[in-house]
Design a protein around this ligand. Structure first.
Ligand code: FAD
Length: 302
C-alpha cells in the first residue's frame, strides 16, 4: 500500500505529492488530467515570483517537478469512490483498487457554465471566469458580470476598479448578494444592474462584442455592446464521487480543519475541492503542502 495516495493532479495535488515524497514515504498520485484547471488558463500573472506564465507551461512544470521525486504518477484515471477499511481503499472507474494508509483528496472544482451560444466559442476570447486572474485584461473596457449572487457582485465591484463600465445581469427580479455588497455596487458610478434579464447569447466575431438578453418582464430581446463577459454563477467542487462518506458543505465542498484533515481519520483534502476561503493556484499549493504535512503527522502517530 501507499503511505500517501493523492487523488487529483492540479496545483494542490502536485504540491501535496512533492511534500509527501520529500519525507521519503511511498507516494502515489492518481489524476484524470495532470495540471487540472491550470491547463485551461491563458496568462497567469499572480503566481508570486513568476511575472508571467501560461497555463499549459505551468502544468508541464508541475509534472516535471513531481517527476524529480519517487512518486507513482497514474494519469488518465478517474476515481469512483473511497472507503475506509483497515486501509483506505480508492476505487478507480477502470475497476482497479488502490490502497493507502492516508489519502489526500485534491480533485478541484469547475466553473458552472451558463450554457448559451458563444460561451464556449469565446472562452479566453472575452469570456472569463476569474476576476482576480483576468480582470486586468479588460482595463478601460466595458464588461458584463453574469450572476447577481455574492461572487457576481464582488466580481462587479472588483472589475469596476479597472474596467470602464460593468453591467451585472441577474436572471431573477432581485440580486441575491448580501445587502452591504449591493450598496457598495450601487455607490459606484460606472456600474449598471439589469434584473429579470435572461442572457440568450454571447455575441462576437473572433472575440466577444456583446450580449443578447431577454427582458423577462416584456419578453423583448435586447443587445448590449461590450468586450468582456465574466460568468459568475458558481464554482462546483468535483466531490460528487465521495457521496456521504465525508462531511461536505451544502455547496459540496469538503470540510477540512487547519491541518487539512477531513472527518475520516487519515483522509485529508486540499485546494478548490475544499471549503477554503478563496480558490487560487497559490492557495491550492499552500493547502496541498499543509495536507501532506498533516498526513505525515498522522502517519507517525498511528
Ligand atoms: P484543479 O486544478 O481543479 O485540479 C483537480 C485535479 O483533480 C485534476 O488533476 C483533475 O483531473 C483531477 N480530478 C478531478 N476529479 C477527479 C476524479 N474523479 N478522479 C481523478 N482525478 C480527478 N488561479 C490563479 O491563481 N491565477 C490565475 O490566473 C487563474 N486563472 C484561472 C483561469 C481559469 C480559466 C480557471 C478555470 C481557473 C483559474 N485559476 C487561476 C484558478 C486555479 O486554476 C485553481 O484555483 C487551481 O487550479 C485549483 O487547484 P486544485 O489542484 O485544487 O484543483
Amino acid at each position: 500500500p501507499y503511505d500517501v495516495l493523492v487523488v487529483g493532479g492540479g496545483p494542490a495535488g502536485a504540491s501535496a505529492a512533492i511534500y509527501a515524497a520529500r519525507k521519503g514515504i511511498r507516494t502515489g498520485v492518481v489524476a484524470e488530467r495532470f495540471g487540472g484547471q491550470v491547463n485551461d488558463t491563458l496568462g497567469i500573472e499572480n503566481f508570486i515570483s513568476v511575472n508571467y506564465t501560461e497555463g499549459p507551461k505551468l502544468a508541464a512544470s508541475l509534472e516535471e517537478h513531481a517527476k524529480q521525486y519517487n512518486i507513482d504518477i497514474m494519469k488518465a484515471q478517474r476515481v469512483k469512490s473511497l472507503e475506509k477499511k483497515d486501509l483506505i481503499e480508492v476505487e478507480l472507474e477502470n475497476g482497479a483498487t488502490l490502497k493507502s494508509k492516508t489519502v489526500i483528496v485534491s480533485t478541484g472544482a469547475r466553473w458552472r457554465n451558463l450554457g448559451v451560444p458563444g460561451e464556449a466559442e469565446f472562452k479566453n476570447k472575452g469570456v472569463a471566469y476569474c476576476p482576480h486572474c483576468d480582470g486586468p485584461l479588460f482595463a478601460g473596457k466595458h464588461v458584463a458580470v453574469i450572476g447577481g449572487g455574492n461572487s457576481g457582485v464582488e466580481a462587479a465591484i472588483d472589475l469596476a476598479g479597472v474596467a470602464a463600465h460593468v453591467t451585472v445581469f441577474e436572471f431573477m427580479p432581485e440580486l441575491k448578494a448580501d445587502s452591504v455588497l449591493q450598496d457598495r455596487l450601487n455607490s459606484l458610478p460606472n456600474t449598471t444592474v439589469l434584473k429579470n434579464a435572461q442572457v440568450k447569447e454571447i455575441t462576437g466575431t473572433n472575440k466577444v462584442n456583446g450580449i443578447s438578453y431577454i427582458e423577462r418582464e416584456t419578453g423583448t430581446t435586447q443587445h448590449v455592446e461590450l468586450q468582456g463577459v465574466f460568468v459568475q454563477i458558481g464554482l462546483v467542487p468535483n466531490t460528487e464521487w465521495l457521496g456521504d462518506s465525508v462531511e461536505r458543505t451544502r455547496m459540496g465542498e469538503i470540510v477540512v480543519d487547519s491541518h487539512g484533515a477531513t472527518t475520516i481519520p487519515g483522509v485529508f483534502a486540499a485546494g478548490d475541492c475544499t471549503n477554503s476561503a478563496y480558490k487560487q493556484i497559490i492557495i491550492s499549493m499552500g493547502s496541498g503542502a499543509t495536507a501532506a504535512l498533516g498526513a505525515f503527522d498522522y502517519l507517525i502517530r498511528n
